[in-house]
Design a protein around this ligand. Structure first.
Ligand SMILES: Cc1cc2nc3c(=O)[nH]c(=O)nc-3n(C[C@H](O)[C@H](O)[C@H](O)COP(=O)(O)OP(=O)(O)OC[C@H]3O[C@@H](n4cnc5c(N)ncnc54)[C@H](O)[C@@H]3O)c2cc1C
Length: 418
């Protein structure tokens, strides 16, 4: 028997479940297939677990340094098992909520592997589904340079580190994108010796170069060692507990393991005409909020601007950007304003005065924003709204920003623009 639905969705990550919610909102019957855990990478192995562990790491850091704020805490220790247990609890709680929301929305969820046969047919082990519209949201998986292979022991990917039972003493992280930098900060806050290895000539190579340089300075202050324009060339087990890592510059390091944060590739799938491919599977921007925007567009036709997808790297301080970078612009074709976070009262109240806001502007409109600051993940959103709605710098100057806040930094930065 062939089962009929208006919409069939393969993959239950942010792209898939958002598509399900929006298709149901418009009254369509929806079947969603998930072979593993609802929530996909974002909820189970990405955004949520890493940010939960990061919060523990940041709290530990803050507590170690709290005496200057008049808080005496003695004997601050990390119980890593408990950190991971807490992370699992957070993920499980959110997954349960999501499963319930899907159920309440009227989405039929099938916990199985599904194969898309053509523009209207999906096959599982025992059933065939005929759907008017098929959405493929199968996501992505960690990728590794061809000379290496993940072994779950000495060469780990971003899934493996979420299953660590104890804190390592020394780690090498290959790749300084968002995942590499976030783990460098997590490990370092927990007291692990970290060496970050980046092939490009700056840490966080996708960021504005001034941001990369500031992060390099911050990493130096935090004793996170890094190499740029260097790659990992050899990894050989030394004994049961460590590996010997040779870098392309001849440096030889010893570590508990190497975390390969060297990118992700779309899960292998056939390209079938008439099927919509969204999220990481589509192979462009690999971010949960981009996956969500694509899903909403496919199911509710609400448009988005692919050039205005914010990037955020979490940790202390946060890093966020949108639009053009200074290195992409020709000299004399833009105006620039930089405001130091240390000039804000609030940053001193919070003991978090590190960072800056940089705005790039052309013909009275903001064309790029680059922020290193506490709350950068929220601050960037103000700029996204201004850019997307083409609100001029002159108009933005009329807005009242609350005091004391980090948003005042946005205001001051805007006021310095002509
Ligand atoms: C460590 C880490 C941290 C991250 N942090 C952030 C962050 O802070 N912010 C951010 O925006 N993004 C972050 N990301 C990226 C984000 O997780 C992804 O962009 C997002 O999960 C993509 O959503 P998706 O729905 O396209 O795919 P996925 O989340 O990968 O979901 C795809 C789902 O499809 C299922 N599936 C695959 N094939 C089949 C099949 N044949 N049948 C049935 N089911 C199938 C999979 O099991 C999976 O659950 C992070 C990623 C990682 C790895």
């Amino acid at each position: 028997m062939v089962l009929k639905y208006d919409v069939g969705i393969v993959g239950g990550g942010p792209a898939g479940y958002t598509a399900a919610f929006y298709a149901r909102k418009s009254g369509k019957s929806v079947v969603l297939f998930e072979k593993d855990l609802i929530g996909g990478v974002c909820l189970n192995r990405g955004c949520i677990p890493t940010k939960t562990i990061l919060h523990s790491a940041e709290l530990f850091d803050e507590m170690k340094n709290a005496s200057c704020l008049g808080i005496e805490v003695s004997d601050v220790k990390v119980d890593f098992e408990k950190v991971m247990e807490h992370k699992d609890e957070v993920v499980a709680k959110l997954r349960k909520n999501l499963e319930l929301s899907l159920k309440n929305s009227g989405t039929v969820v099938k916990n199985e592997f599904a194969e898309i046969l053509d523009a209207h047919l999906i096959k599982t082990q025992n059933e065939t589904y005929e759907c008017e519209q098929i959405i493929c949201a199968v996501g992505s998986e960690p990728s590794v340079p061809s000379d290496f292979r993940f072994d779950g022991r000495f060469i780990l990917n971003s899934d493996d580190v979420l299953n660590l039972k104890k804190l390592p003493e020394k780690v090498v992280i290959a790749g300084s994108g968002a995942i590499g930098c976030e783990w460098a900060r997590i490990f370092s806050s927990f007291g692990v010796e970290v060496v970050l290895v980046e092939l490009e000539n700056h840490i966080l190579p996708l960021a504005d170069v001034e941001v990369s340089k500031r992060i390099e300075r911050i990493f130096k202050m935090k004793k996170i060692k890094f190499f740029t324009s260097v790659s990992v060339s050899k990894i050989v087990p030394e004994d049961e507990n460590s590996v010997c890592v040779t870098l392309s510059n001849g440096e030889v390091l010893s570590a508990d393991f190497v975390l390969m944060a060297t990118g992700r590739k779309p899960v292998k799938h056939q390209k079938i005409a008439g099927v919509k491919y969204i999220g990481d599977a589509a192979g462009s921007i690999q971010l949960a909020h981009f996956a969500i925007k694509q899903a909403i567009f496919e199911t509710a036709q609400i448009p988005y601007d692919e050039n205005l997808i914010p990037s955020v790297v979490y940790g202390t301080p946060e890093i966020a950007w949108i639009g053009l970078r200074e290195q992409d612009l020709d000299e004399g074709t833009y105006q620039k304003s930089v405001f130091l976070i240390s000039a804000l009262g609030k940053s001193h109240c919070d003991n978090c005065a590190e960072g800056f806001i940089k705005l790039l502007c052309r013909e009275g409109l903001i064309i790029g924003a680059h922020i290193v600051s506490k709350e950068a993940s929220s601050l960037i959103q103000q700029i996204v709204i201004a850019m997307q709605n083409k609100i001029s710098v002159e108009k933005l100057k009329e807005i009242c920003f609350a005091h004391p806040t980090y948003s005042e930094g946005i205001f001051e930065c805007i006021c310095n623009l002509k």
